[in-house]
Ligand binder design. Structure first.
Ligand SMILES: Cc1ncc(C[n+]2csc(CCOP(=O)(O)OP(=O)(O)O)c2C)c(N)n1
Ligand SMILES: [Mg+2]
Length: 381
């Protein structure tokens, strides 16, 4: 086939507002430096949110807010550790994907949402996102253990938890499927003119799926209020990002659809929160979607059945020792005058809260067998 004639030079003006003053592109410390290509003016405009983030890197949290972030992240960590134990004891069946290491992402982002208005959707690694939304740990643990009192009546398990009350729309086991569903949630916000936005999380592996880019196109075309969040934890099951992805700078993946990207250190809750403020303001002003790449790291295996042969123990240990999101904030609390005893008391209270959730779950009845026939689509439609 003959090559199409070259396109006319005129392109529509970039969607983003005024071009910010030129600035040397600096990379967040969390990610090793990689080759940068020369940018056109349009690419440059698409980086305006990233530049705003670089100018305002960390959220200026009050003592109270910092403490709250710490408590939420610690709750997720301890909850997930306990879930891992319950899995080992055979009390949790099926799949179970832990969020340990990634806590700052859900806590930093969701703390900037308006609960009950904005909607959230994610994949199967979803316990942390629910806890970050303040959903009762008892009903999450009960769901993990397949009990009637669980948030999906014990029939969803680890990967399929919902709370429409909180506008939390799952919990999805099919990699990438939550992205177009998130596009639909964003369309609903726009259609209803309710002022809400959708936060749609997905992984670095999911980011290579076609349906993600179809959604990017429609979201940009229809100017939908959606924030796409790529949780880049370095691996998709046992496959490292550099082995699966031609473009490993995921925040640039929206450029072809004129979606501005942000490259964020997902191991620092204050950086995540600061970036969230910029991204959410952009979307709420009706300027269309934003793509955020949150650079993070999962400490545990992909799921409970992962032997973890694809990385070294030293690599994991290095992240735990030098980049841990909870230790980072613990240190800051100490610098702000919290004593060791006060910090220990918080830890104790959170352990007690998680123990209570585990007891609640273990002592709750399983669903009645008749429940097999409820909440199931049996008719043709
Ligand atoms: C459509 C589809 N393909 C394959 C799988 C099997 N699978 C489950 S998780 C996963 C890797 C996804 O990795 P990533 O998106 O990086 O998310 P992470 O687990 O790191 O949070 C794969 C291939 C699936 N569940 N759905
Ligand atoms: Mg991943």
């Amino acid at each position: 086939m003959a090559k199409p004639a070259p396109k006319a030079a005129s392109k529509p003006a970039p969607k983003t507002a005024a071009k910010p003053a030129p600035k040397a592109a600096s990379k967040p410390a969390a990610k090793p430096a990689r080759g940068k290509s020369v940018e056109s003016d349009e690419d440059f405009a698409l980086r305006s949110l990233q530049m705003a983030h670089e100018d305002n890197k960390r959220f200026d949290a009050s003592d109270e807010q910092l403490l709250h972030f710490y408590e939420q992240m610690l709750l997720i960590r301890r909850f997930e550790e306990r879930a891992g134990q319950l899995y080992g004891l055979g009390l949790i069946g099926g799949f179970c994907h832990l969020y340990i290491g990634q806590e700052a992402v859900a806590v930093g982002l969701q703390s900037a949402l308006t609960e009950g208005l904005d909607s959230v959707i994610t994949g199967y690694r979803d316990h942390g996102h629910m806890l970050a939304y303040g959903i009762d740990p008892n009903v999450i643990m009960a769901e993990l253990t397949g009990r009637q009192a669980g948030i999906s009546k014990g029939k969803g398990g680890s990967m399929h938890m919902f709370s429409t009350e909180h506008r939390f729309y799952g919990g999805h086991g099919i990699v990438g499927a939550q992205v177009p569903l998130g596009g639909g949630l964003a369309l609903a916000h726009k259609y209803r003119e309710d002022g809400g936005l959708c936060l749609a999380y997905f992984g670095d592996g999911a980011a290579n799926q076609g349906q993600v880019y179809e959604t990017f196109n429609m979201a940009a075309l229809w100017n939908l209020p959606i924030v796409f969040v790529i949780e880049n934890n370095g691996y998709a099951m046992g496959t490292a990002v550099k082995r699966s992805s031609a473009e490993t700078e995921f925040y640039r993946r929206g450029t072809a659809f004129r979606i501005p990207g942000m490259d964020v250190n997902g191991m620092d809750v204050l950086e995540v929160r600061a970036a969230a403020e910029i991204a959410f303001a952009h979307v709420r002003e009706g300027k269309g979607p934003v793509l955020m790449e949150l650079n993070t790291y999962r400490y545990r295996g992909h799921s409970m059945s992962d032997p973890g042969k694809y990385r070294t123990r030293e690599e994991v240990q290095d992240q735990r020792e030098h980049n841990d999101p909870i230790e980072r904030i613990k240190k800051e609390l100490a610098e702000r005058g919290k004593t060791e005893d006060e910090i220990k008391a918080i830890d104790k209270a959170i352990r007690a809260r998680v123990a209570e959730a585990a007891d609640f779950a273990e002592n709750s009845p399983e669903p009645d067998p008749a429940e097999l026939y409820t909440d199931v689509l049996v008719e043709s439609y």
